[in-house]
Design a binder for this molecule. Structure first.
Ligand code: 5GP
Length: 194
């Protein structure tokens, strides 16, 4: 599949970034946000407990299972999924539409399941898959960040294998060898590298 990078006058497309846990999506997203004020990152709702250093409304909206059910029932979720078979994560719909209306470029950092839902509901979205140089390197990075226990690392590596098998579904695949290079490639796709 081919597509053109955004140029002025085009409708603002939405960008999806997916890829295995630990591949460096979070760092790439921070670099993108630093690089351009036109990029708007969607803040997901999740039922997982917050980690040390995470802030409500900045990293996630941390909600109860009941609240998550309500958001789904009321059609407030653009997509949602169980991630790593445990907790639910979803993209609140309204803020994305508002960002688009303001001419901002919405960026969704979501899992494979969510990306598939967006592919159906918003086929114009540009879907980017970030992949690690190797699975060994992925495990090393996952372990290195020290936020997951062994059981969680094993679960995330298992999910990662499934995600890697689906990488051909994406419009663009970027190997995250170095964060600057990966960030530059995405800015180029967004038409923001001029
Ligand atoms: P973590 O628990 O490490 O913050 O996130 C785990 C994974 O959940 C991330 O790799 C990310 O792709 C996925 N995720 C985060 N927010 C959403 C969301 O709103 N929807 C979906 N489908 N996945 C999400």
């Amino acid at each position: 599949m081919s597509f053109q990078s955004v140029s002025q006058g085009d409708a603002v497309p939405l960008f999806v970034i997916a890829g295995p846990s630990g591949v460096g999506k979070g760092t790439i997203v921070s670099r993108l946000l630093d690089a351009s004020s036109r990029i708007w990152i969607s803040i997901s709702a999740t039922t997982r407990p917050s980690r040390p250093g995470e802030t409500e409304g900045v990293h996630y909206y941390f909600v109860t299972d009941e609240e998550f059910d309500r958001l789904i029932d009321e059609g407030e979720m653009l997509e949602w999924a169980y991630v790593h078979g445990k907790h639910r994560y979803g993209t609140p719909r309204q803020p994305v539409l508002e960002a688009q209306a303001q001419g901002l470029i919405p960026l969704l950092e979501i899992d494979l399941d969510g990306a598939r839902q967006i592919r159906k509901s918003m086929p114009e979205a540009v879907q980017i898959f970030i992949e690690p140089p190797s699975m060994e390197e992925l495990e090393r990075r996952l372990r290195g960040r020290g936020t997951e226990d062994e059981e969680e690392i094993a679960r995330r590596m298992e999910t990662a294998r499934g995600e890697m098998a689906a990488r051909d579904e994406f419009d663009v695949r970027i190997v995250n060898r170095d964060v600057s290079g990966a960030t530059r490639q995405i800015l180029h796709l967004m038409g923001l590298d001029k």
